[in-house]
Design a binder for this molecule. Structure first.
Ligand code: FEO
Ligand code: CA
Ligand code: CA
Length: 633
């Protein structure tokens, strides 16, 4: 634990943490009761025997002292580890960045500072001197918690927002690219690096791929349909094999308000995506976020955005060939034949798992935008068969139901309405697909299915075997003989999350998993340089403990065993995770600390990481072993 102290002096005091904890514990008791009779119904034989539990756990591939479950105001790492706070919301990114002043936030200041609610973390290595390591850290800023971010908003935060504070929120979205250097073990930002850059909700970016220039993407401000201002709600992402930064646009429905004109052609399209969800006031001041004024603007979001991190003046590109949905995770792998394969989730209840196989071939050593590999290829959606096969169904205009008869006039239409196309093809509706990670050495792919409280008993299937799935599960896909481009793969459930000591939950872990080792709501994940799986959670509070990061065995007798490595402060989810190439630093993002109960700027559930009178600040940690050894042993 390593908390930096703030020099801020603000006139607020911390809330009574005991009250928040008591509230969380009573919620856990309620959950257990509600689930008692429902979750076990209909478990498939395949799912029930998918892991290979064993009492012999000698092959557990991690060595660290597991931390305890719990709820408190700060973060925890195992004994022998240190967690440095590397970047906090509002920290300087440039020599001229203004100091963080949460009482007087402006868009101009935020554009020169680290943004809000850090989610994905990428690391692009750079050449370095003998006694140091360097890289570009790429961090998504998923969204803003209006009530936690701004002071003095009162009972109705959204209504109290002004044009100026909305502009500050837009500047806090997007991403940060910042060079960092490690000397004597510690990482620090390099403020005068030419690579440092903020990407926000107003950064100009080009639209590429089959939907570029389509009439459904044209607006009054952009009659060409090829130039968008900004990216929104960037959740889990990816770093491409050619060292670009891939940002995914997830819950952009939040940012739109108003009402479409009666009978508008996009009504069904937007309804499927929950647009407009009107969680922000932006549309009152910037009319493109009012769908009644600019009905096509939401079609310009929901894509994957590629940023050429090594060319800081380059214009980011929205890659429409990868589909439009609530994108979560964009990790790629190079297949044996040199083609790029990208795995992606659509994070909403009953949505789908996708992969994109590029037409072109990756040239080792190639960087930048020159190849445009993500402009041309085949987008597939997964159907999980009860016999253990995954059928990858291509979303190609003119094939199967994706024709004019169903309203698809071109490939652009298929991509703009990816969800409807996937449903027509018979894709499997999943329990909220979050991050998806291909394992380059084994040909397996790990799919985080975070939870789905709305699945009913008559909606369960082999790959989503629990009704009222409060705790989620992890599916392992095996690509045949390691061929990531395959159109038929195998799947099995690695873990059904939740408390294994509560038989009513239908959880499934290796029996060697301790009471600290199990978790709920898997979200972000990573494969470390040693080929081991790490899983972070968002929603573990439903189990009565804070979110965290767990080390999960995927091989041998220990397969399905999990141990707790990191615990977040109350209200936070854990994101990243990202390992430095030597495996000796783990970068973790702590997102929305203090967002528990009715947390506000004046009364958050924690004031992590600065404490005192400071507001909670989403932050990235650099976690290392005190002796400099590999993280996880
Ligand atoms: Fe932004 Fe799906 O978590
Ligand atoms: Ca996520
Ligand atoms: Ca999340």
């Amino acid at each position: 634990m390593n908390n930096q102290k703030s020099s801020l002096s603000l006139p607020f005091s911390a809330p009574p943490i005991g009250e928040v904890i008591a509230d969380r514990l009573s919620r856990r008791t309620l959950l257990k009761g509600a689930l008692a009779s429902s979750v076990l119904a209909g478990l498939s034989p395949l799912a029930a025997c998918a892991t290979r539990p064993s009492a012999n756990n000698s092959s557990f591939p991690f060595t660290f002292d597991e931390i305890a479950r719990g709820i408190d105001e700060t973060h925890h790492v195992p004994q022998g580890y240190e967690a440095d706070i590397l970047l906090r919301w509002g920290d300087a990114l440039f020599p001229d960045s203004p100091p963080f002043d949460p009482l007087a936030q402006t868009a101009a200041a935020q554009e020169r500072q680290f943004g809000y609610n850090n989610d994905f973390i990428g690391f692009i290595p750079l050449d370095a001197g003998d006694a140091e390591a360097r890289g570009i850290l790429c961090v998504n800023h998923e969204y803003t918690n209006t009530a936690l971010m701004f002071p003095g908003l009162g009972e109705s935060p959204k209504e109290a927002m002004t044009a100026a504070t909305c502009a500050a929120e837009m500047a806090a979205h997007g991403g940060t690219l910042v060079e960092i250097v490690q000397r004597d073990g510690r990482w620090t930002p390099v403020l005068d690096s030419r690579f440092n850059r903020r990407v926000t909700a107003t950064t100009p970016m080009d639209i590429h791929g089959p939907a570029a220039g389509h009439e459904r993407l044209k607006t009054e401000a952009d009659p060409s349909g090829t130039r968008v201002f900004g990216t929104l709600n960037n959740c889990a992402g990816g770093i491409s094999s050619w060292h670009s930064y891939l940002m995914s646009e997830e819950n952009y429905d939040s940012n739109f308000l108003g009402a479409l004109p009666e009978g508008h052609r996009e009504s069904d399209n937007y309804h499927r995506l929950g647009i407009p969800a009107a969680r922000y006031a932006w549309g009152k001041f910037e009319k493109r976020f009012d769908v009644g004024v600019e009905p096509n603007e939401p079609n310009r979001f929901g894509w994957v955005v590629e940023v050429d991190a090594l060319n800081p003046t380059s214009i980011p590109r929205k890659r429409t060939a990868l589909g439009r949905f609530k994108h979560e995770g964009v990790e790629n792998v190079v297949a044996r034949d040199g083609r790029i394969v990208v795995y992606m989730g659509d994070d909403e209840q009953f949505q789908h798992v996708y992969k994109f196989v590029a037409s072109g071939h990756f040239v080792p050593g190639e960087t930048g935008f020159d190849s445009n590999l993500l402009n041309d290829g085949t987008l597939y959606v997964a159907r999980f068969e009860p016999d253990g096969r995954v059928l990858w169904l291509p979303l190609i205009h003119g094939e199967g139901p994706l024709t004019q008869a169903n309203g698809f006039l071109s490939q652009a239409d298929v991509l703009i309405e990816t969800r409807r196309a996937a449903q027509l093809l018979g894709a499997t509706p999943m329990d909220r697909p979050e991050d998806i990670e291909p394992h380059p050495a084994t040909g397996r792919v790990y799919v985080m299915l975070t939870n789905n409280t709305r699945r009913e008993t008559n909606q369960i299937d082999a790959a989503n075997p629990r009704a009222e799935n409060n705790f989620g599960h992890i599916i392992e896909i095996t690509e045949p003989v390691g061929d990531f481009t395959a159109t038929e793969s195998r799947w099995e459930i690695l873990i059904r999350c939740g408390d294994p000591a509560s038989p009513d939950f239908g959880a499934m872990w290796n029996p060697a998993t301790t009471d600290n080792g199990w978790f709920g709501s898997p979200d972000n994940c990573a494969i470390d340089p040693a080929g081991r799986l790490w899983v972070a959670t968002d929603g573990n509070d439903a189990t009565g403990a804070n979110d965290g990061l767990w080390a999960v065995a995927i091989e041998g007798d220990a397969r399905g065993t999990s141990r707790a490595f990191f615990r977040a402060p109350i209200g936070a989810e854990v994101c990243g995770p990202r390992f430095a190439p030597d495996g000796r630093t783990l970068f973790l993002a702590v997102q929305h600390p203090g967002d528990a109960g009715e947390g506000t700027f004046e009364n958050p559930a924690t004031r992590w990481p600065d404490f005192g009178a400071a507001p909670p600040r989403p932050s990235v940690l650099a976690i290392r072993r005190s002796d400099g050894g590999p993280v996880g042993g």
